[in-house]
Each structure stands twice: as structure tokens, then as C-alpha cells.
Write a protein that binds this ligand. Structure first.
Ligand code: NOJ
Length: 577
């Protein structure tokens, strides 16, 4: 499994209120205790920090806020010594506007690097720099136009994210070569792979046509840049140039908003040589209306349909990633669980539900503690560029009231995931001795790593046991997936099954329980609600002799006869062979 560290909020070692590389090193043993295999580090490169490091001004240096290249090498060695691999974030859909490539590109229309970015003149017949004169109507992900006018050269540049994140022009082979060289430099330094930021946005439809306007003043350009015409070609080229023939075991995962299952298969089919897996976004969009700010309740049947389709779609070719959280998503226990009376049970139930699917699980820092949303009530408490950008775009234009937008942010803002990790009950939760860059959640006095490590019934120990199961029980990692009860609104149920190899062994030779049978099977049952639920008898047929492999509640039992009632947020896994 992969554990994501968002360095700015993980652990501060020097009292400046911002997490850093030495801080991560101090906490590596927490990751070892959890059973982590791979650590994914969100960006630590040199950056003006307009988007917390996803705006990189030097791909081959560390930002002084996080430390030095020497600190990085130390951290990498310390991680490797403990058997942890380290995957870097690769942010190459765009750079910072302070990167030397962009400084050259914007210096003159005739500069050699002009074509490394997307420069376009004003819309025909319009005065450059005036409202509506942008080359097309695309909205940026952070609100407002996706184009910035540059007075000096009289043209606009494209930025799908902030105006300080100009999009690189992947049509230009020199851009691709420079990216490949940089990636090779990091692999030679010892890193174990890359998480590739919005990698399916790197190929744009030539002509950059206007998008449909659904709300506010701007259009949706996503059909023209999501998994665009040359994206597979670019990734195959990257694979050939950077990864092919390297002896180390490396991990690549593409962040791919809007990806379809068909494209997911193409990206992850090992025979095609693109990436190992992708992050799809369907399940984290199920509570969105017209936009993510238009929040609606999750219907469990939608979640089943989504996961069910991805499990089936990538069953033969390709491989799934499994995630609830990352630095862009609200905390899962507050989002799909219950962060009040059922916080512990619902955090465990959701963890069990996800981790028993087939694919590689990702855990975002603090998720293993059942950390909750930030609970901010004033716009002044937010720092996230996306939250502030949309607040201003939608409130200033009168599309929503400030109160409505604050309610949306409370549910959906990325800052919900970015409050510092709660290590202990002390002031600032053991994260820093200074003033944290984003407020620590006051609930750290109860929810913190120190308390949870001491409590075998905690969310932390439950994650630890789930991760151990994946390592030890082949059917958890590899078994076929079959969804049950697709129409049930509260009970999430599925089976996993794996044929054993000869002599009672799993397919990779690992020993598995039982003998004399050729099949190892699991039944996963999770009550995704705060009221007791009876499991339909048909699902239980043949499972009354089964063992309980893991359960959210200590005293859970196998079904007696054909009945089983799950308590609020109770989940369990039965095993038979
Ligand atoms: C996706 C990243 O996860 C997010 O944090 C960032 O703002 C955008 N890509 C732009 O890099």
C-alpha cells in the first residue's frame, strides 16, 4: 500500500510552522508501524508556493522551506533502510511562471522557448486584454479564465490551474525531452517512481475550441484536454525513454481527472507500457451537483455502481488504485461517514470497504487516525487557492451568497485535508513548536496518533490490521471481485475469490489457510449507515460455517443460520475455503 505525505502539514522540525523533510524523517517509524510499503511525497521542489508546491520553479532542487537536496538524500536513505520506497510527485502539465523555461518563453515572441507553453493572440476582432478577449472561454480549475494576458508581448498564455501555473506545450518534443531527462535524474538519485499530477491533461485538442457554459461566465474546456488525442503516445514515449530497461522495481501512478474506464484500461494495461495505475475520480464526484460546490448526499447505490464498474472494467487488463482521501479531497469520515458519535466505527467501516477491493490502496496522512474535516467557519481561515478563487468568483458575481459558499467550503474545501497531522494532545498537536501555517483541528486533544497507538481498538490499529491482511492473505490482494446487493441503500456487500495453486498455496507461493480445497473466498459486508441493518438471507447462504477474518467490532460473529444483523457502521469479512 501507498501512504501519501503532504509535507507542509506532516511534521515541522524547525519551528517555522511548516512541515519539512527532517520532520518526515522523524516520523518514519509511524509509517513502519502502520505497515506502509511506499511513501508518496507531495511536491517538495523549489516553488513560489502559489498552489502549495504544485507550481514548480526548479524541478531539480528542494524548496528551502522543506530543506535541501542533502536532507532529501538523508530522508531517502532513512526510508530505504526501513524498507520503505519513496515516490515523488511529478508535476509536468504545468510549471511555475517563475521557472526559467517560462521566464524565457514570456521574454519575447521570438524566444527559442516561446513554443514551450501555449501562447495565443486575443479572440479575433477583440482588443487584447479587454474582458471577453481571451483566446477561448475555458474556466481555470481555480476559478476565472484559464488565460492570462501578457502585456509585454501582447499575447495570452494558457493556465488550466492558477495564473502562476502556465501549461507546458507537450506538442513540442524539446519539452518532452527535458521532462524525461529530469525524471531520469531523480531515478538515478534513488527515488522509486512517480505520482504524475493531472497527467491525462497534457494533450490538448488543437484549435482549443470553446467549451459549454454551465454556470458563471466561463465554459468547460475539459472535453478538449481530458485524455486528449496524443496522451497515450506521450506516456508510451515517456515509458520507453525513462522507465524501460531500468532494473529497479518502480511505481507509476497517473492522476487522471475525468478518466473513463476504457481509457483507464489503456493507461494501465502493462503490455502498452504507460503507467501502473491511475487515480479515477468518479467516486469522489458522486456527491457533486453541477460543480463540486453544489454538494449533495451520497447514494450508496451510486458508489456500488462506480466501484463495481471499475472493478469489472480492469479485472482482465490494467490495475486499479483505491483511495478515499488525498490532499485535494475532504476527509472521508466527515464526507461519507459520521464524524460525530460513530466516528471510530464509520472510519473503520469505510476503510474496510475500500481496502477489501482489488487494487492498490492509498492512505492519506491522518486518514489512519480517522482525522475529520477542519470545521472552519470564516473565509479568513482558508488558505487554499482553489477555495479562495471560487469563493471570489461565485460570491462576487452573485451566483451564491457568502453563507452558501462557506457551507460548500466546509464540506468540500481542500483545506479540510490539509490541517496538520495530529500527533499528540499537546498544543499544535506535536506538529510544530511554532505557529502552524494552517490551524490544527481542536479535536486533536482526542484524535491523535499517540492516543491511538496505545489503544488496540483505535482506527490506527484497524488500518494496520487491514494492511497486514493485504500482505498476508493472497485473496485480499488478488482475488476476483463480485458485487452483491447492487440495489441495497445501506449494506455494501461483495465477494472476493482466488483459486489456489498446488499444495494449498496462493498464486505467488504464499501459504494460505485451509487445505484440500482449491478456492479461497471472502464475503465482505459493511453497514454504511447509522442504523442497524439485516443482511438479506440470500447473501449469507453457505457462509454460516465461515470464519471472521476481520471486523470493525471486536465481538462480531459469523451468521447464525441465515440471519445476521449489522450494527450501525459495522463491517466484517467472512472467509471460507
Ligand atoms: C492536482 C493536485 O493534486 C492539486 O493539488 C493541484 O492543485 C493540481 N493538480 C494542479 O497541479
Amino acid at each position: 500500500m501507498v501512504y501519501q505525505v503532504y509535507p507542509r502539514s506532516f511534521q515541522d522540525s524547525d519551528g517555522d510552522g511548516i512541515g519539512d523533510l527532517r520532520g518526515i524523517e522523524q516520523r518514519l517509524d509511524h509509517l513502519v508501524a502502520l505497515g506502509v510499503d511506499v511513501v508518496w511525497l507531495s511536491p517538495v521542489y523549489r516553488s513560489p508556493q502559489d498552489d502549495n508546491g504544485y507550481d514548480i520553479s526548479d524541478y531539480q532542487d528542494i524548496d528551502p522551506m522543506f530543506g535541501t537536496l542533502e536532507d532529501f538524500d538523508r530522508l531517502l536513505a532513512a526510508a530505504h533502510d526501513r524498507g520503505l520506497r519513496v515516490v515523488m510527485d511529478l508535476v509536468v502539465n504545468h510549471s511555475s511562471d517563475e521557472h526559467e523555461w517560462f521566464l524565457a518563453s514570456r521574454s519575447a515572441r521570438t524566444d527559442d522557448k516561446r513554443d514551450w507553453y501555449w501562447w495565443r493572440p486575443a479572440r479575433e476582432g477583440m482588443e487584447p486584454g479587454t474582458p471577453g478577449a481571451e483566446p477561448n472561454n475555458w474556466r481555470s480549475f481555480f476559478g476565472g479564465s484559464a488565460w492570462e494576458f501578457d502585456e509585454a508581448t501582447g499575447e495570452y498564455y494558457l493556465h488550466l490551474f492558477s495564473r502562476k501555473q502556465p501549461d507546458l506545450n507537450w506538442e513540442n518534443p524539446d519539452v518532452r525531452r527535458a521532462v524525461h531527462d529530469m525524471m531520469t535524474w531523480w531515478l538515478d538519485r534513488g527515488v522509486d517512481g512517480f505520482r504524475m499530477d493531472v497527467i491525462n491533461l497534457i494533450s490538448k485538442v488543437p484549435g482549443l475550441p470553446d467549451g459549454e457554459v454551465r454556470y458563471g461566465a466561463y465554459g468547460d474546456g475539459s472535453p478538449f484536454y481530458t485524455s486528449g488525442p496524443r496522451v497515450h503516445e506521450f506516456l508510451q514515449e515517456m515509458h520507453r525513454e525513462v522507465f524501460a530497461g531500468r532494473p529497479e522495481k518502480l511505481l507509476t501512478v497517473g492522476e487522471t481527472p475525468g478518466v473513463t474506464i476504457e481509457d483507464g484500461v489503456l493507461f494501465t494495461d502493462p503490455e502498452r507500457g504507460e503507467v501502473d495505475m491511475v487515480f479515477q475520480f468518479e467516486h469522489v464526484g458522486l456527491d457533486h451537483g453541477e460543480s463540486k460546490w453544489d454538494v449533495k448526499p451520497l447514494r450508496l447505490t451510486d458508489l456500488k455502481a462506480t466501484f463495481g464498474r471499475w472493478q469489472a472494467g480492469l479485472a482482465e487488463r490494467g490495475w486499479n488504485s483505491l483511495y478515499w482521501n488525498n490532499h485535494d479531497q475532504p476527509r472521508i469520515v466527515s464526507r461519507f461517514g459520521d464524524d460525530g458519535v460513530h466516528r471510530v466505527a464509520s472510519a473503520k467501516a469505510l476503510a474496510l470497504l475500500l481496502h477489501l477491493h482489488r487494487g492498490t490502496p492509498y492512505v492519506y496522512q491522518g486518514e489512519e487516525l480517522g482525522m475529520t474535516n477542519a470545521g472552519f467557519t470564516s473565509i479568513d481561515q482558508y488558505q487554499d487557492i482553489e477555495s479562495l478563487g471560487h469563493f471570489h468568483e461565485l460570491v462576487d458575481a452573485g451566483v451564491v451568497t457568502p453563507e452558501q459558499m462557506l457551507a460548500s467550503l466546509r464540506a468540500m474545501s481542500r483545506d479540510n485535508a490539509r490541517t496538520p497531522v495530529q500527533w499528540d494532545a499537546s498544543e499544535h498537536a506535536g506538529f510544530t513548536t511554532g505557529t502552524p501555517w494552517l490551524a490544527v483541528n481542536p479535536n486533536h486533544v482526542e484524535i491523535n496518533a499517540e492516543a491511538e497507538r496505545a489503544d488496540l481498538g483505535s482506527v490506527f490499529h484497524f488500518y494496520r490490521r487491514l494492511i497486514a491482511l493485504r500482505h498476508d492473505v493472497p485473496v485480499v490482494a488478488l482475488g476476483d471481485f463480485h458485487l452483491l446487493l447492487p440495489e441495497h441503500e445501506a449494506v455494501y456487500a461483495f465477494t472476493r475469490a482466488l483459486d489456489r495453486g498446488p499444495a494449498g498455496e496462493g498464486p505467488d507461493g504464499a501459504a494460505s489457510a485451509g487445505s484440500g480445497s482449491s478456492r479461497d473466498e471472502l464475503l465482505v459486508l459493511v453497514n454504511v449507515s447509522g442504523t442497524a441493518q439485516e443482511v438479506p438471507a440470500a447473501v449469507l447462504a453457505g457462509w454460516d460455517e465461515a470464519d471472521v477474518l476481520i471486523a470493525t467490532h471486536d465481538d462480531a460473529g459469523a451468521p447464525s443460520g441465515s440471519t445476521l444483523t449489522l450494527r450501525p457502521w459495522e463491517g466484517l469479512v467472512l472467509r471460507r475455503s
